[in-house]
Write a protein that binds this ligand. Structure first.
Ligand code: R5P
Length: 295
């Protein structure tokens, strides 16, 4: 019996490390999508000249705008070159936080990006998408298969191995789903704070009434961007007597001086998964993504 051709994994050079780990996990061939940037800012993509029926494109959508333009070129090109079943693996799926119009006239980015990806790909696999008022990835990708897996149990297991008697703390309502999963699987204590956002870099956090004295607090969140949410929560935890504050997040965006802000706030360790390449990566999501793709 002839075994079916395995899907090909296509990836860009800046995500080669995760791509190689994923291809190894799956035993699938890995091929590059080459990029040439013209002086005027346009991009030329070169894919393998003949593709099998099933193709998976790995593209994390941190710093998303240029990457989205590349995907809009890469996906139809892959179909012209032979792919009939095209899956996007976006370990970090951008634009999920704008899930309603918070003010009149605002574009609901989650809905519009979801519709665009649904037109472009047959399926999308991602990790811990920021779903809050919209509850499933299927709702974001009308008519397409959306698979969302969570790295929270991996973060919980990492924390359980590295911190004695930790207290996991979610900095806001949205983080409940992640902190709860991380705590449940590793059998850890957890608590949930409340956050109010006043601006891009201006948040206030109210901690729940828990005895923090002498506890090793670990802030858990899906994504850290400016780091302000975590920094403000960390300062309050230390003011309330926590012995230490560490941070564990799935998606390490950490823009600008975010890491320095966390250091200044008294954070001890910052840990993340490699869903977004970053110096704080300690947990690989390759096995998680491989399991999702196999199923
Ligand atoms: C929003 O609720 C997210 O879960 C994060 O808490 C938020 O995006 C973090 O943003 P920043 O690091 O800029 O405070």
């Amino acid at each position: 019996m002839v075994s079916p051709t395995p899907p090909w994994l296509l990836a860009f050079d800046d995500e080669r490390r995760l791509a190689e780990a994923l291809a190894r996990e799956l035993g699938w061939p890995l091929h590059a999508i080459e990029r040439h940037r013209f002086p005027d800012g346009e991009t030329k993509l070169t894919l393998p000249s003949a593709l099998p029926e099933r193709v998976v494109v790995l593209r994390g959508l941190h710093q998303p705008n240029a990457k989205l333009a590349e995907l809009l070129l890469a996906a139809p090109a892959a179909r012209e070159l032979g792919a009939s079943e095209l899956t996007l693996v976006a370990p970090y799926l951008a634009y999920m936080r704008q899930d309603i119009a918070f003010h009149p006239g605002e574009a609901v980015s989650q809905r519009h990006l979801g519709a665009l990806l649904a037109q472009t790909f047959d399926a999308v696999v991602t990790i811990d998408p920021h779903l809050h008022r919209v509850h499933s990835l299927g709702e974001v990708l009308p008519g397409r298969r959306g698979v969302a897996v969570s790295a929270a149990p991996l973060l919980g297991a990492w924390v359980a191995r590295h911190v004695a008697r930790p207290l996991l703390v979610g900095p806001d309502d949205e983080s409940a789903q992640w902190v709860e999963q991380a705590a449940r699987d590793a059998g850890l204590d957890w608590a949930l704070a409340r956050k109010q956002r006043h601006g891009d870099r201006d948040v206030s956090v109210a901690l729940p009434d828990v005895n923090y004295a002498g506890r090793a607090a670990v802030l858990i969140d899906d994504v850290a961007s400016t780091g302000r949410t975590l920094a403000v929560a960390a300062m309050q935890l230390l003011e309330r007597g926590a012995a230490s504050v560490d941070v564990a997040v799935t998606h390490a965006l950490f823009v600008g001086d975010a890491l320095a802000q966390l250091g200044a706030a008294g954070v001890r360790h910052v840990w993340s998964t490699d869903s977004v390449p970053h110096e704080t990566n300690v947990v690989s999501v390759a096995p998680l993504l491989a399991a999702a793709l196999r199923s």
